[in-house]
Design a protein around this ligand. Structure first.
Ligand code: NAI
Ligand code: MG
Length: 358
């Protein structure tokens, strides 16, 4: 049995509270299915480290975690002490870019026992995946400010779309759709407004689609697509989007199902040249930190995605993933609910219940 090495970075705020719950469920599921995991805890990547060292991570962070099989990450950000653009760019965004985690995969679904935020008739049938481009697009560091502070002030921030970067995220989305029953893909666009990059993005989608005749796909402008997430969420299967559009859709989707406290994400380097990173969608939630009420499900479900990824989405890791998701389903159905779900369970009570159901 080979041992997988996992870097554990809890980070800031509720990241520190939900991480122990994630670890205990992931460890138990791994044992149950014969996966050997070796966890390596790191106390950097968060704002406390920054206050002491004036940087978010040690200089040799790449040497430390570069050979790990995966990174299990809580949350980063503590705006009272470190501005968000410094803490996030120095930590989570550095991992995504330097480890070429070009896919941000975010499953969205409803659970029995969780009150859906939507009252549309088919809201209980939400089950889709958002595939977000994670390394380029609108989130670029190219640009600048001229004549700052004067009437002539000019601000430019370039979007960056490469053929390499766009083709690979589209291909990944079509491949993901191929593995699903509905075999349907929605491509987010805005070719009516962003008249250079988005018609080009659409043409890449058309080119990549040639290799996937089994997939039914449509392109939809981001504005109406967002509206349909609310009005007809059951119609979506796989949705692929640029960095900015995907960021917004992947908060909107889980919010429609009830709470972002449930939502998991995988930052993937599919070629496995670098470690992939698994984290809940939510942030450090300063407003509830220290109260022991954070919902640990986003963290736990992200751990399930990690186990599946470790064994190429088949075999022991896939079984461990499915067992964790089933345990989450049972727990929610059994009405163990944290306050964001309308209950009174603490972070640990929720973690323990999922562990027991596993
Ligand atoms: P947030 O996701 O931390 O919180 C948004 C709202 O959702 C808050 O009211 C919070 O209490 C609630 N919430 C979040 N997770 C929850 C959970 N597990 N259980 C129950 N309620 C939960 O987003 P916000 O407030 O915009 O950002 C706070 C900090 O986190 C900022 O520094 C931000 O930059 C950072 N952040 C970091 C992310 C990451 O590490 N990938 C992602 C998003 C934000
Ligand atoms: Mg976001």
């Amino acid at each position: 049995m080979t041992t997988c090495n996992i870097a554990v970075i809890a980070g800031d705020g509720i990241g520190k509270e939900v991480m122990p719950e994630g670890l205990k469920v992931v460890q138990a599921a791994a044992e149950k299915f014969g996966l050997s995991l070796n966890f390596h805890n790191f106390d950097w990547g968060g704002c406390d480290y920054y206050l002491e060292h004036n940087r978010m991570m040690p200089e040799n962070w790449k040497d430390i975690v570069g050979d790990m099989d995966a990174i299990y990450f809580g949350a980063v950000g503590w705006p009272d002490t470190v501005p968000d653009h410094i803490s996030l760019w120095g930590s989570i965004l550095t991992f995504r870019r330097e480890f070429d985690q070009y896919i941000n995969m975010r499953p969205v679904r409803t659970f029995e026992g969780v009150k859906c935020a939507l009252s549309t008739p088919k809201a209980d049938e939400i089950d889709f995946i958002v595939v977000r481009e994670n390394t380029e697009g609108e989130y670029s560091s190219i640009g600048g400010i001229m004549y700052e502070g004067t009437d002539r002030e000019v601000v430019l921030q370039q979007s960056v779309f490469s053929r390499h970067g766009t083709n690979r995220v589209l291909k990944y989305a079509f491949e993901t759709a191929m593995r699903r029953a509905a075999k349907n893909l929605t491509v987010a666009t805005k070719s009516n407004g962003m008249a250079i990059s988005m018609p080009w993005w659409d043409s890449r989608a058309e080119a990549v689609a040639q290799d996937y005749p089994e997939i039914s796909w449509t392109k939809q402008h981001i504005d109406i697509l967002s509206a349909r997430f609310v009005m007809n969420p059951e119609r979506f299967d796989v949705v692929v989007a640029s960095n900015l559009f995907g960021d917004i859709l992947s908060d909107l989707g889980p919010a429609c199902t009830g709470t972002i406290g449930l939502a998991p994400s995988a930052n993937l380097n599919p070629e496995r040249k670098f470690p992939s990173l698994f984290e809940p969608v939510h942030g450090s939630a300063p407003d509830i930190y220290g109260k022991n009420i954070a919902n640990p499900i986003g963290m736990i479900w992200s751990g399930a995605l990690m186990l599946s990824f470790l064994t190429q989405d088949s075999g022991a890791g896939a079984s461990a993933h499915d067992a964790i998701v089933t345990a989450i389903e049972k727990t929610l159905k059994g009405a163990t609910l944290t306050p964001d779900l309308g209950g009174e369970a603490s972070t640990q009570t929720m973690g323990d219940a999922i562990l027991a159901n596993l």
